[in-house]
Design a protein around this ligand. Structure first.
Ligand code: FES
Length: 104
């Protein structure tokens, strides 16, 4: 399943990601800058912050209450479509998803 990360400099990283893989792990596996995942996916660091592209917001869904709170602590300012990529697991509905990687 396909994922595209768009970087602030206009470049893109594309990857094939297996179902069930978090998009934080996929970002780390593919060397996506600024995806650090320092807490290992336990929703406490905010270093896996991404912004979901407009066409994918509905499929990605809204953050849960705790994720929502952590999104207020991310280094790059939060945006309306911000998510923690450790909370996005690859599944059929997200095949092709495009994520913006904000500059801290
Ligand atoms: S990896 Fe720490 S909040 Fe996602």
């Amino acid at each position: 399943m396909k994922v595209t990360w768009k970087l602030a400099d206009g470049s893109e990283i594309h990857a094939d990601v297996a179902p069930g893989t978090t998009l934080k792990d996929a970002g780390l596996d593919n060397g996506v800058p600024h995806i650090l995942g320092e807490c290992g996916g336990s929703m406490s660091c905010g270093t896996c912050h991404v912004v979901v592209a407009p066409d994918w917001v509905a499929a990605a869904g809204a953050p849960g209450e705790f994720e929502d709170a952590i999104l207020d602590t991310t280094e790059a300012p939060r945006q309306p479509a911000s998510r923690l990529s450790c909370q996005l697991e690859m599944r059929d509905a997200l095949d092709g998803i495009v994520l913006f990687v904000p500059e801290p």
